[in-house]
Design a protein around this ligand. Structure first.
Ligand SMILES: Nc1ncnc2c1ncn2[C@@H]1O[C@H](COP(=O)(O)OP(=O)(O)OP(=O)(O)O)[C@@H](O)[C@H]1O
Ligand SMILES: [Mg+2]
Length: 370
C-alpha cells in the first residue's frame, strides 16, 4: 500500500536545516576520527558510516518534525533511512574486515626472510609491499657485496702480509745472507708495502664515496687538458709495458668538475686499459661531445673484449673478473672501477663500458657547460 500525503515544502528552509545539522554531525565525526586516529582502519570506516547515517537520520527527523508529518509516512521514511544505514554498516564491516585482513597478511609477510610481496592486495597496500620488496632486495644485495668485500680484502691483505712476514723473518734470522737475495727481499717488501698502502687508500676513498662524504671542489675545466694530464701521468707505465698511448680531443669540452677526482677516475680507466692491452698495441683516449650533447671521455683498448656476462659486473666493488683471487703481479683489488663510478656519479655523470673492435671502450659522460 502506498501512502501519499501532500505537504507544503519550503525548499530553502529544508536545505538549510539539513545542511546545518549535517555540518554539526560531520564536525563531531571529524573530532571522533581525530581521537581514534591511531586505531584500526576498520574502526575509522565504522565511524564514517555511523556519521553518514546519523547525518541523514537527524536531517530526516528534523524535516519530518518541521512538516508535522505523522503516521505511516513518517514510519516509512524512518524505516527506509534505518535500512539504508544498516546496509551501509554491513558493507563497511565487510570492507573493514578485508582491509584489516590484508594489512595483517602484509605484516606477516614482512616478518618472513626473505620478504616476498604478497599478491592481490588493495592498490595502496600493494604499492607499499612492492616498494618494501625492492628496498629489502637492495639491502640484501648491498649486505652481500659488503660481506664479499670484507672477505676478499682480508684475503688480499693476508697473502702479501704472510709473504712479507716470511721475508722479514728470513732476513732477521740470517737464513738469507747473500747480498743479491737480501736486496731482492728488500725490494719485494717495499713493493708489497706500496701495493698495500694504495689498496688501503682506495678502500678509504671508496668508504668516503659510499658514505656520501666525497667533497668535490668543482670548477669549470676543459676535458682536453684533463686528457693531456692523464696521458702525461700514465706515459711511464705505458712505456714500461710497451703500449702506445694516444690522445685526441675536439676543442676543449668544458665541464664543471673537480680536476683531482675526475683525473683519478680517468687515470683508473687508463691504468686498467694499459694493464689489459698486450705490448705493441694501442690505448686511445678521446674527449668530445656525444650525439646527445653530453661531454664524453672515452678510453679504448685492445684487451680482446670483456666477457658479456662480466660487462655489467666490472663496476662492482672487489670484482676482478676471475673466480680465484690469487694476487697477481700488478693485479689490483678490484676497487678502481667502483671508485671511478662513484666519482663520476658524484659529478652527475654516467660511466659505462662496451666491447668495441679489438678490445673494449670505457666511457664517461658528463653534463656539458655552455
Ligand atoms: N680495460 C679493461 N679491459 C679488460 N678488462 C678490464 C678492463 N678494465 C677492467 N677490467 C676488468 O674489470 C675488473 C675490475 O677492474 P677494477 O679497476 O675495478 O679493479 P682492478 O683493476 O682489478 O684493481 P684496482 O683497480 O683496485 O687496482 C678487472 O679486474 C678486470 O677483470
Ligand atoms: Mg683497476
Amino acid at each position: 500500500m502506498i501512502f501519499l500525503t501532500t505537504v507544503m515544502v519550503d525548499l530553502p528552509m529544508v536545505v538549510a536545516v539539513v545542511a546545518g545539522l549535517g555540518l554539526l554531525v560531520a564536525l563531531a565525526g571529524v573530532g571522533i576520527m581525530w581521537w581514534l586516529r591511531t586505531r584500526s582502519i576498520g574502526v575509522m570506516l565504522a565511524v564514517v558510516v555511523v556519521v553518514a547515517v546519523t547525518a541523514t537520520l537527524v536531517g530526516v527527523v528534523a524535516i519530518i518534525m518541521q512538516m508535522i508529518i505523522e503516521g505511516p509516512v513518517k514510519d516509512t521514511v524512518l524505516s527506509v533511512v534505518a535500512v539504508g544505514g544498516l546496509v551501509g554498516l554491513g558493507v563497511a564491516f565487510v570492507l573493514a574486515r578485508r582491509v584489516v585482513g590484508e594489512s595483517r597478511r602484509l605484516v606477516a609477510a614482512v616478518g618472513l626472510v626473505p620478504f616476498a610481496a604478497p599478491r592481490g592486495l588493495p592498490a595502496e597496500l600493494q604499492t607499499i609491499a612492492n616498494t618494501l620488496e625492492e628496498a629489502y632486495a637492495r639491502e640484501r644485495a648491498l649486505e652481500g657485496a659488503r660481506r664479499e668485500l670484507v672477505a676478499w680484502v682480508s684475503h688480499d691483505l693476508r697473502t702479501p702480509l704472510a709473504g712479507m712476514r716470511a721475508m722479514a723473518e728470513a732476513l732477521e734470522d740470517g737464513v738469507v745472507s747473500d747480498p743479491e737475495t737480501v736486496a731482492r727481499y728488500h725490494a719485494q717488501i717495499k713493493l708489497e708495502v706500496e701495493r698495500l698502502s694504495s689498496m688501503v687508500d682506495d678502500l678509504f676513498e671508496l668508504s668516503r664515496i659510499h658514505a656520501g662524504a666525497l667533497r668535490l671542489s668543482r670548477a669549470r675545466i676543459g676535458l682536453a687538458d684533463l686528457v693531456a694530464d692523464t696521458v702525461a701521468g700514465a706515459e711511464p707505465l705505458a712505456r714500461a709495458k710497451g703500449v702506445r698511448l694516444t690522445a685526441e680531443a675536439v676543442a676543449s669540452v668544458p665541464v664543471e668538475a673537480d680536476t683531482g677526482a675526475l683525473g683519478r677516475a680517468l687515470g683508473n680507466l687508463v691504468i686498467n686499459a694499459i694493464r689489459h692491452t698486450p705490448s705493441d698495441r694501442t690505448v686511445a683516449l678521446r674527449a668530445g661531445v656525444d650525439d646527445g650533447g653530453m661531454a664524453c671521455l672515452s678510453v679504448s683498448d685492445c684487451c680482446g673484449g670483456i666477457p658479456e656476462e662480466d660487462l655489467t659486473r666490472v663496476f662492482e666493488v672487489a670484482f676482478r673478473g676471475e673466480a680465484a683471487r690469487t694476487p697477481t703481479a700488478g693485479g689490483g683489488a678490484g676497487l678502481g672501477l667502483a671508485i671511478a663510478q662513484g666519482i663520476v656519479e658524484a659529478h652527475d655523470g654516467v660511466i659505462g663500458v662496451v666491447n668495441d673492435g679489438p678490445g673494449c671502450r670505457f666511457e664517461i659522460r658528463l653534463p656539458l657547460v655552455g
